[in-house]
Design a protein around this ligand. Sequence first.
Ligand code: PGA
Length: 252
Amino acid sequence: MRKNIVAGNWKMNKTIDEGVQLVQEIKKLLSEKSNLSTQVIINPPFTHLSTLKKEISNSAIKIGAQNCSYESSGAYTGEVSVSMLKSIEIDYVIIGHSERRAYFNETDELLLKKLNLVLESGLLPIFCCGEVLSQRDSGIHFEVVRQQIENTVFKLSADKFNKVIIAYEPVWAIGTGRTATSQQAQEMHKYIRNIITEKFGASLASEISILYGGSCNAQNAKELFANPDVDGGLIGGASLKATDFVQIVSSF
Ligand code: PGA
């Protein structure tokens, strides 16, 4: 179901003690807000998931992983399977972040395997897509995002696709301080919703949450989230500071 969502992607930051402290601060600040209907998700490193799952148990915050293996089990040293994540009762898994695509050579084919494993286990994927700067500059950004989506989430059944959260993250805006303008975000989100309509119909398209990610912060979140097709954000740097993160959560 379409919801306003703000998800923090901690990436490879915070020790466990720092992570516990951050969650406690977020919980405290959230408890001072009334009428918040936004779904808040934190995505800490694997090592923190069990501890932080307990830490959020008496709150409305949900928790997810940043990645999972594309194999279900076996001799894959260093990998973490979806069933392991399921067994600690987390809710979400980020799939296809541009850093995974760029530094760990994750292809669309491999991401589709992950999506299927995540959905079959009952967890919910936050699926990332987005173009790099040279693609934006040469005007092929819509085509690039369409391809990423067609090769992955559009290969799912409608029932499965219905459970996917999409995060549009222009790679040139991630960690750079250079946010997409509100118009650039809206036009891509609208484009994504249009191609979902073509593929699965308007009713399903209207139910999908499409998040924006890339230098979204406490200052620009309100303007970005005011767009009709922007249903929230996937937040990197600004999710590491409780006051900033909670301000973003309150930006609807
Ligand atoms: P950023 O990262 O907010 O630090 O740009 C966003 C992301 O990578 O999900």
